[in-house]
Design a protein around this ligand. Structure first.
Ligand code: F6R
Length: 357
């Protein structure tokens, strides 16, 4: 039920802090340590390479998860679009572990990969919001997202739940491997939940940004480097799927290799700046597009902000910034769709779960 909300999407954006707290509870034991299935822990310890398989927004969450697993748990990770992997399988490592990320657990493209890798005898873990779903039943292990039903076609709270669960999985694996980490995911996720609440209270500001930057445009670019690049892909997907504005996410440094030709007077470029080590270089990329007439909207994180930034995010752990930088992007997409009289919850040509290949 959407209660007093005009759309499920807005309700689901607002539920994200609650979902973070639910995940913290579900994955915490009585001693405040991480609680995870022993078999999953073992599978993570035994693998020499994780293959993440997903589609759309879940694929974007997988890109963020790769960073967690590589940086925290020291496991090499490949992230693949399910529909591509299915027909063009890469060379596999000796002990691959397949991780399927799927809100619905019913995506046919992912299922087709699951069937193939099971024939080859490889283990599979499904991370899903629907524990009884096909991908959950057919995999060896399941991690539950605990996001509650997601009704709007555009995925919001499932994306952030996927990222939170991937962070927990990475840290649990690191602990099982006795790696020394100075990162408590449950504490950091609690801070993320608070930051998300601050952001969901800033709807009016984001609505105003939508008017300033996206009111009449036919296209928009999202740029970022490193973790921000992964989120810029998701920001672009949200905007295009519900507002029908043509949008693309790009790595900040890659624009000049071709795409910058599309920048004209007034082209909106939404830049994320949440990562200290690339703050200087992403700002260089912003200057490059501004010099060609772009209308640049910089979203930075507290501590890295500059005077001209239009929106400053509360500070959270640098690895977890995708969980908060995506919130204003979800809201931008929402208001852009609303202002264009689009059907926010049921965009044209799309279904909530894609059960055909
Ligand atoms: C975008 C969106 C889709 C899904 C994709 C995978 O907002 O919802 O891109 O993320 O179809 O769906 P699941 O996660 O159910 O496998």
């Amino acid at each position: 039920e959407k209660g007093t909300y005009p759309h499920f999407m807005l309700k689901e954006i607002d539920e994200q802090p609650i979902v973070m707290r639910k995940i913290i509870n579900e994955y915490q034991d009585a001693d405040n340590a991480l609680k995870l299935d022993e078999d999953i822990r073992k599978a993570m310890q035994e693998t020499d390479r994780v293959y993440i398989i997903a589609a759309g927004t879940s694929y974007h969450a997988g890109l963020v998860g790769k960073e967690f697993l590589e940086k925290l748990a020291n496991i090499p990770v490949e992230v693949h679009v399910a529909s591509e992997f299915s027909y063009n399988m890469p060379l596999l490592s000796e002990k691959p572990l397949f991780v399927f990320i799927s809100q619905s657990g019913e995506t046919a493209d992912s299922r087709s990969v699951l069937v193939k890798i099971k024939e080859l005898g490889h283990p599979a873990l499904t991370i899903t919001n629907v524990p009884g779903s096909t991908l959950s039943r057919e995999a060896d292990y399941t991690l539950h997202l605990h996001a509650g039903p997601e009704i709007a076609v555009a995925s919001t709270k499932a994306y952030t739940a996927q990222i939170a669960v991937l962070a927990i999985l990475a840290v649990d694996t690191a602990q099982a491997k006795n790696l020394n980490l100075d990162f408590d995911p449950l504490q950091e996720l609690a801070l993320v939940a608070n930051a998300m609440e601050v952001l969901t209270d800033q709807k009016e500001e984001v609505e105003q940004l939508t008017r300033n930057y996206l009111a009449t445009t036919r296209n928009a670019f999202f740029i970022g480097r490193s973790a921000d690049y992964n989120v810029s892909l998701e920001g672009a997907l949200k905007l295009k799927e519900i507002s029908y504005i043509q949008a693309e996410g790009f790595a900040g440094g890659e624009l000049k290799h071709g795409t910058i030709a599309l920048i004209e007077e007034g082209t909106p470029v939404i830049a994320l700046a949440t990562q200290e080590n690339v703050n200087y270089s992403i700002r260089g990329n912003v200057q490059e597009v501004v010099a060609r007439g772009a209308n640049a909207l910089v979203i930075s994180m507290k501590g890295l902000e500059q005077d001209e930034d239009a929106f400053v995010l509360p500070k959270v752990h640098e690895l977890l910034t995708p969980l908060i930088s995506v919130v204003p992007l979800q809201l931008l997409a929402y208001y852009a769709a609303l202002h264009r009289d689009c059907d926010v919850d049921k965009p044209r040509n799309l279904a909530k779960s894609v059960t055909v290949e």
